[in-house]
Ligand binder design. Structure first.
Ligand code: IVH
Length: 693
C-alpha cells in the first residue's frame, strides 16, 4: 500500500508569477509531480504499477522536501491529497446541470419495455445503440475540472444543490487531480459514484464495533459517511473508490456519444465502471445484463443493478427528461438477495463497552453466492417489533446490506414451540448485572472486569487506528489474556520475550517482532492515545477534537465538563463521558502508570488557535507604517490569533496598528473614529500581559 500521508496543513498554493525559484528546481518539481501522478494512476486505476512502493515513497519524499524548501506547490501535486485542516461545515454547491435519478426496471421484460418506449419516442424501428454497465451502490458525485485541474467536487444532494467535498475527494488516489493525455476542455463536470469495497467496509465495521461506535448498515452508508467528513484525514483512511459514468455541463469540447466520452475518460486516466459495453439492440443488452449479474458475486463492491443508456448524445437530447429522470436511461435492479432459514439459537454478545447485542445463529443458507449462518438482530426493540423467536423460520436478506438481516418471521411456519428471547438479567460472560441504557434501547453489562469487555478493550487499544501494535489482533489478545499475561492494556508493556516464547505459536522471530512493535508504538500522538483508551463515545474524530484543544494528557486530568462543552461540536454525551473518565482516580492511576512506562505522547494536533485561545476571532486589523517586523509577519501573527488582517481601513476595522510614517491610513482611521494601537500594544494584546479589550 502506498503512503497515504495524514493530517498536515496544506501550504497555500503558489502563484507561479510570484515565485522566484531556480528554473531547474521548478522543472524538477514539475517532473516529479507528473511522474508521481502517472505512477498513482498505474497503481490505483490500472492496478499495474511499474515502480516499487519504496521508489514511489522516495520520490514522494523528495518532492515534499523541494516543495517545502522552495514554497512551490502545484495544484495537482500528490502532496495535495493528504487532507486539509478540518472544516466547520460543508459548503453548498449548486450543480450547473441538475443531477438526475434513474427510472427502474425490475425484470428483463421491463427493460424491453424501456427500449420500446425509446423507439416509439424516436419513431424508429431500428435497433438502438446502448451502453450497459453495473450500477454501483455508492454516492453520486460531480467533479468539476477547470482547464484540466480538479477545481471542485460535490455530492449529488437533492440533485440541484450538493455539498462541497473537494478536500475529501482529493484523498481518493484514483481521482486525477489533473486531466492528462487528452484535449483539455475549459470546464467539464464529470460524474461518478464514490463507493467502498465490501472487504474494506467489513473491516471498518469490525473496527467500529471494537471501539463501541455504531456499525454502518451497508457499504453505501459507509461511503457516504466517509466522503461527508469534516475532517479529511479521516476520509483519507477510508479507502474509497470512484467509478466515472457521466457528464454534466461542459465547455470547450464536444462529444457525440456516451461511448466516445467514456473513451476520453479512459484516456484521461479516470477510473471507469467494470464490464462496460457498447451494444446494439435489446437481445445484446439483456446478454450484458446477464453477464453482469453472473459476475456480480466476484465484484469487490456492491452493485445493485445495471444501467442502460442510449449511446448517442443527439438521441439523448431528443428523448429529454421526464420530471427528474431521463427518458434515455434506465436502471435494471437485481432481485434482492433473500433466503429463508431457521433461527437455531439467539445469543447475547457482549461488546467492548459492555453493550449487549442479540445475534441469531441460523441454519446455514446460501444467499447470493455467500453462506449466511449469523445475523445481527440489532437490539431487543427490533426483536419485539418483528416478534422474532428461537426456532422461527425467517426471511433473511442481503440486499444492499452486506451484513445479513432478518426481514420478517414466516408466521405460517410457527408451531408454538418457538421460544422468546428476553434480555439477560446478568452478563452471559461474567455474570455481572445488566442495565438498560438511559432512555436507550441498549442493554449493558456493568462488570468492569468482564473478560469479554476486557479482551476487546485490549484489542481496541492495540488496533491500527489506535496504538497500532502489529501482531496484537483478536486471536493473540485472547491467547495472552487466557494465559494471564495481559489482563489490562497496561500489561502489554510488561511482556517479556521469554514469556512469549513459552507460548505455543511464538517463535524467536514472531516474539521479537511483537516486542519491537510494542516498543515502536510507544511513540504516539495524543489523538491516537485518547482514542485507544476506549472512552465511551470517543471515536477517532472526538479524540482528534480533544487533542486539538488540550495541550497534553496532563491538561485533561481532572478536567471540568464546562471546559469540554465549550469545544465546538462536542455534545453533552461525550462531554459527560470524558470528564467522568478523567476524574476517576482509578483511570488517572492507569494513565500515570502508562506514561511511566515510557510512552512518549506528542500532540501535533494541538491548535494554539483553538476557540478560547483565538483572542482576535472576529476582529479586523489594518497594519501600516514601519515597525520592528515586516508588515507580512505582523499580519500573519494577527491571523494566527484568529484575527483578520485587511489591506485598507473601513468601518469594519477594529484596530489600526501604527508603525512609523503611517501615511493616509491614519487619517482615514481617525475620520472613522477607529482605535489606533502601537506595535508594542499589539504584542501586549497577544501575550495577554495586560487587558486592553
Ligand atoms: S448514470 C441520469 N450510471 O444511480 C442519471 N448512475 O438511480 C445518470 N449510479 O444518482 C446516472 N451507478 O448515483 C449512472 N453506472 C451508473 C451508475 C449510476 C450508480 C447511481 C447514481 C445515480 C443513481 C440513479
Amino acid at each position: 500500500m502506498r503512503l497515504c500521508r495524514k493530517g498536515g496543513i496544506t501550504p497555500p498554493l503558489q502563484d507561479e508569477a510570484m515565485t522566484n525559484i531556480p528554473a531547474d528546481i521548478k522543472h524538477e518539481i514539475e517532473k516529479l509531480v507528473k511522474d508521481l501522478s502517472y505512477h498513482c494512476y498505474r497503481y490505483y486505476v490500472l492496478d499495474s504499477p511499474v515502480i516499487s512502493d519504496s521508489e514511489y515513497d522516495r520520490q514522494y519524499r523528495h518532492l515534499k522536501e523541494l516543495e517545502e524548501k522552495y514554497d512551490y506547490v502545484l495544484p495537482d501535486s500528490p502532496t495535495q491529497r493528504v487532507g486539509a485542516p478540518p472544516l466547520d461545515k460543508l459548503e453548498k454547491v449548486q450543480h450547473t446541470e441538475p443531477m438526475l435519478s434513474l427510472d427502474n426496471a425490475f425484470s428483463h421484460d421491463e427493460v424491453r419495455e424501456f427500449d420500446a418506449r425509446v423507439r416509439r419516442f424516436l419513431k424508429s424501428d431500428e435497433d438502438v445503440e446502448y451502453t450497459v454497465e453495473p450500477k454501483y451502490d455508492g454516492l453520486a458525485m460531480e467533479l468539476t475540472y477547470k482547464n484540466g485541474i480538479l477545481y471542485k467536487a460535490s455530492t449529488r444532494g437533492d440533485g440541484y444543490v450538493g455539498e462541497d467535498v473537494t478536500v475529501n475527494i482529493k484523498t481518493i488516489k484514483a481521482v486525477p487531480l489533473k486531466i492528462e493525455d487528452v484535449d483539455i476542455p475549459e470546464e467539464i463536470d464529470i460524474r461518478g459514484e464514490v463507493y467502498m469495497d465490501i472487504r474494506e467496509f467489513e473491516a471498518l465495521n469490525r473496527e467500529r464495533e471494537r471501539e463501541g461506535e455504531p456499525a454502518f448498515a451497508n457499504p453505501r452508508n459507509a461511503a457516504a459517511g466517509s466522503i461527508r467528513q469534516l475532517d479529511s484525514s479521516i476520509t483519507a483512511k477510508r479507502k474509497l473508490h470512484l467509478a466515472c459514468y457521466g457528464i454534466g455541463a461542459v465547455r470547450g469540447i464536444k462529444f457525440q456519444s456516451q461511448w466516445e466520452f467514456t473513451k476520453w475518460l479512459e484516456k484521461a486516466r479516470f477510473p471507469l465502471p467494470v464490464l462496460m459495453k457498447l451494444v446494439k439492440g435489446m437481445d445484446s443488452v439483456i446478454n450484458v445484463i446477464k453477464e453482469i449479474e453472473e459476475k456480480r458475486k466476484d465484484f469487490s463492491f456492491e452493485a445493485d443493478g445495471a444501467v442502460i443508456k442510449v449511446n448517442d448524445f443527439g438521441l439523448q437530447k431528443a428523448l429529454g427528461i421526464k420530471t427528474r429522470e431521463p427518458r434515455w436511461a434506465t436502471a435494471y435492479k437485481f432481485p434482492a438477495h433473500q433466503g429463508t432459514t431457521r433461527i437455531n439459537e439467539i445469543i447475547a454478545s457482549v461488546g467492548r463497552t459492555g453493550t449487549i447485542t442479540p445475534v441469531a445463529f441460523l441454519e446455514p443458507v446460501r444467499i447470493g453466492g455467500v453462506t449466511v449462518s449469523r445475523s445481527t438482530l440489532h437490539n431487543w426493540d427490533e426483536i419485539e417489533r418483528k416478534d422474532i423467536r428461537i426456532g422461527d423460520t425467517v426471511v433473511v436478506e442481503r440486499a444492499g446490506d452486506v451484513i445479513p438481516h432478518v426481514v420478517a418471521v414466516m408466521m405460517e411456519h410457527r408451531t408454538g414451540k418457538e421460544k422468546q428471547f428476553t434480555p439477560p438479567d446478568e452478563c452471559p460472560v461474567c455474570g455481572s448485572a445488566v442495565e438498560r441504557d438511559e432512555g436507550g434501547v441498549a442493554f449493558r453489562c456493568i462488570g468492569l472486569n468482564c473478560p469479554a469487555q476486557v479482551q476487546q478493550r485490549i484489542g481496541h487499544y492495540a488496533s491500527r487506528a489506535a496504538m497500532d501494535i502489529e501482531g496484537l489482533g483478536e486471536k493473540n489478545v485472547e491467547r495472552l489474556y487466557s494465559r494471564g499475561l495481559v489482563k489490562h492494556f497496561v500489561d502489554i508493556y510488561k511482556l517479556k520475550k521469554n514469556e512469549l516464547l513459552e507460548l505455543p505459536r511464538y517463535a524467536e522471530k514472531s516474539a521479537q517482532n511483537l516486542i519491537d512493535a510494542i516498543e515502536k508504538s510507544k511513540q504516539t500522538t495524543l489523538a491516537r492515545f485518547l482514542y485507544s483508551l476506549g472512552i465511551v463515545h470517543v471515536g477517532e474524530y472526538a479524540a482528534k477534537l480533544l487533542a486539538r484543544n488540550f495541550k497534553d494528557l496532563e491538561d485533561l486530568y481532572h478536567v471540568k465538563a464546562e471546559r469540554i462543552i465549550e469545544i465546538k461540536q462536542m455534545g453533552e454525551k461525550i462531554t459527560g463521558s470524558v470528564s467522568h473518565f478523567f476524574n476517576d482516580p482509578g483511570n488517572l492511576h492507569t494513565l500515570k502508570t502508562l506514561t511511566s512506562m515510557g510512552l512518549n505522547i506528542s500532540n501535533p494536533d494541538y491548535e494554539t488557535g483553538s476557540s478560547e485561545k483565538r483572542p482576535f476571532e472576529g476582529m479586523t486589523f489594518v497594519v501600516t507604517g514601519t515597525m520592528p517586523k515586516s508588515r507580512k509577519e505582523v499580519e500573519e501573527l494577527i491571523e494566527s490569533m484568529g484575527g483578520h488582517a485587511a489591506g485598507s481601513v473601513s468601518k469594519s476595522t477594529n484596530y489600526l496598528v501604527l508603525g512609523e510614517d503611517p501615511g493616509s491610513k491614519l487619517q482615514k482611521a481617525q475620520s472613522l473614529g477607529i482605535k489606533t494601537i502601537s506595535y508594542d500594544e499589539l504584542m501586549i494584546m497577544i501575550k495577554g500581559e495586560d487587558r486592553l479589550f
